[in-house]
Design a protein around this ligand. Structure first.
Ligand code: HEM
Length: 141
């Protein structure tokens, strides 16, 4: 990602943070509408799940300028997702719901450049998670 793209993602996300509860509800509503078969994979309280998702996205977004430091945590997240039964193809559905949610939340501020930057960020995140889910866990050095 270019430094400009990092800034676009970070500035737009900070506008979503104050409405993160609404954003999470919109996101899961859209996700389960798009693919109802994903609903039974979520076993816990959805408000709590939404909070966890928003915290994780906030952590990643704020750390985009130094992505290397986040890689181990993102890999762990990807391995846990393998355990939840998440398959590669689900990442595209989740990415689509995330972009749609940002469009709803940000309106005209979600410019084509901002959207492209988000797609780039999500793709890096999803690719790191998918790759880690396929690897055996690395032994600690
Ligand atoms: C960039 C992508 C994603 C992020 C940042 C993310 C984030 C999270 C976080 C923070 C949790 C809480 C538990 C944990 O930390 O292990 C979680 C749980 C979960 N996520 Fe994701 N996730 C992503 C992609 C996906 C995808 C593609 C699916 C596919 C449907 C998915 C389905 C689930 C499920 C089923 C759980 C467990 C729910 C439960 O235990 O009830 N996630 N996710």
């Amino acid at each position: 990602m270019t430094p400009e793209q990092v800034t676009l993602v970070q500035n737009s996300w900070e506008k979503v943070v104050p409405i993160s509860e609404t954003a999470a509800a919109l996101f899961y509503g859209r996700l389960f509408e798009t693919d109802p078969s994903l609903r039974p994979m979520f076993r816990g309280d959805m408000a709590e799940q939404g909070r966890k998702l928003m915290i994780m996205i906030t952590t990643v977004v704020r750390g985009l300028h130094n992505l290397g430091a986040l890689v181990p945590a993102v890999q762990e997240l990807g391995r846990r997702h393998g355990g939840y039964g998440v398959k590669d193809e689900h990442y595209a559905t989740v990415g689509g719901s995330l972009i749609w949610t940002l469009e709803q939340g940000l309106g005209p501020e979600f410019t084509p450049e901002t959207k492209a930057a988000w797609i780039q960020a999500y793709t890096i995140l999803a690719d790191t998670m998918k790759a880690a889910a396929k690897e055996p866990k690395q032994a600690a050095a």
